[in-house]
Write a protein that binds this ligand. Structure first.
Ligand code: ASP
Length: 344
């Protein structure tokens, strides 16, 4: 890989303007067309410009109330939604399940109806149950943004990852992106597979067979089978599965490593953390197999020393902090498009 190949290429062609946005909710990116993804990217560019001003605020959502409702822990996602809402002039209220009436036994639907009744215009919701934001969206007039549901989807993470890659590489079409780690429990991996595939990237997933979702599991002990012909291929777009990290990294232009999600993991999926780190930790030595200057990404929070070495996490190749920073502009874009771009 030459540095030239990694230099920003021209921006992908835009076939529709952001006005093409028609969604009332953002539940996943699994049905996003490239033009819609591009609409978010372009709107995020405009938001980034706002964030670079001396006073990084615009009144675009003045008078709107955004409620973040989190049934699971979060630092980046919640903080960036709050900052995004405030930068757009909205009022933002944060609610955690702990400390709310959920602790008194209130059901999810009663909780969100209450939030709608007090005037929430947008509900940003994280829940441990896959599908919870879909259920809520069916019961509310209020717009719902999925900020992570179980192991299912994390659309704004995928959008900010796409934005970060695009800012470095330009067109994502044909780029080799390796997603390594706990794919089985990762909503980040699933949403990224959808958005990167839609934009024409070549996605390779890499994990021990026990952490590869069923239906994608490699055929033999050495892996390397595409899920394109599997019976569950409809569940995700076709991606190549490679259980050997060194092989997976060859010619990679982007490597995204994932946190081992111990809170979602059943016992027995891994012999030991030490063995996992030996075989799957992304470190400087391993990254030398990827193309020169390949991007290193992680959605956070990181288990440094397990899925990524501290040296690599803090290296010049790492765009991990940039992902977090871009999260604000991308979430501003999503909030703006949901509120101002939605069909009446
Ligand atoms: N922050 C991401 C998520 O909420 C990734 C992770 O937790 O590992 O899914």
């Amino acid at each position: 890989m030459t540095q030239e190949k990694l230099a920003p290429a021209t921006a992908p062609a835009v076939t529709e303007t952001p006005r093409a946005w028609t969604r009332r909710h953002l539940l996943d990116v699994d049905d996003f067309a490239p033009a819609e993804l591009e609409a978010v990217m372009q709107t995020a560019d405009a938001m980034k410009e706002v964030l670079g001003r001396d006073v990084p605020r615009v009144p675009a959502l003045r008078g709107k109330t955004i409620v973040t409702l989190f049934y699971e822990a979060s630092t980046r996602t919640r903080a960036s939604f709050e900052l995004a809402g405030k930068a757009l002039g909205a009022d933002v209220i944060n609610i955690s399940a702990g400390g709310s009436s959920v602790e008194k036994g209130e059901s999810l639907i009663d909780t969100v109806r209450t939030l709608q009744a007090v005037g929430a215009g947008v509900l940003v919701m994280r829940h441990w149950a896959a599908g919870a934001p879909y259920l809520v969206a069916r019961h509310l007039q209020t717009a719902v943004i999925n900020a992570g549901d179980g192991a299912h989807a994390h659309p704004t993470q995928a959008l900010l990852d796409l934005y970060t890659i695009r800012n470095h590489l330009g067109d994502v079409q044909g780029r080799r992106v390796v997603i390594v780690g706990d794919i089985e429990h990762s909503r980040v991996a699933r949403s990224n597979i959808w958005s990167l595939s839609a934009m024409g990237a070549e996605v390779i997933i890499c994990a021990p067979a026990t952490l590869v979702p069923e239906g994608m599991r490699p055929a033999g002990p050495h892996g390397g089978r595409s899920n394109g012909d599997s019976s569950q291929a409809h569940a995700l777009p076709p991606v190549k599965v490679e259980t050997n990290l060194d092989r997976a990294l060859e010619n990679a232009e982007v490597v995204m490593t994932l946190r081992l999600q111990k809170e979602r993991m059943q016992a027995g999926l891994l012999p030991s953390l030490r063995e996992y780190a030996t075989l799957y930790q992304l470190n400087e030595e391993r990254m030398s197999r990827a193309r020169t200057g390949a991007l290193v990404m992680h959605p956070g929070p990181m288990n440094e020393g397990i899925e990524i070495s501290p040296g690599l996490a803090n290296s010049l190749q790492s765009v991990i902090e940039e992902q977090v920073t871009n999260g604000v502009a991308v979430r501003m874009a999503v909030l703006y498009l949901i509120v101002r771009g939605a069909k009446p």
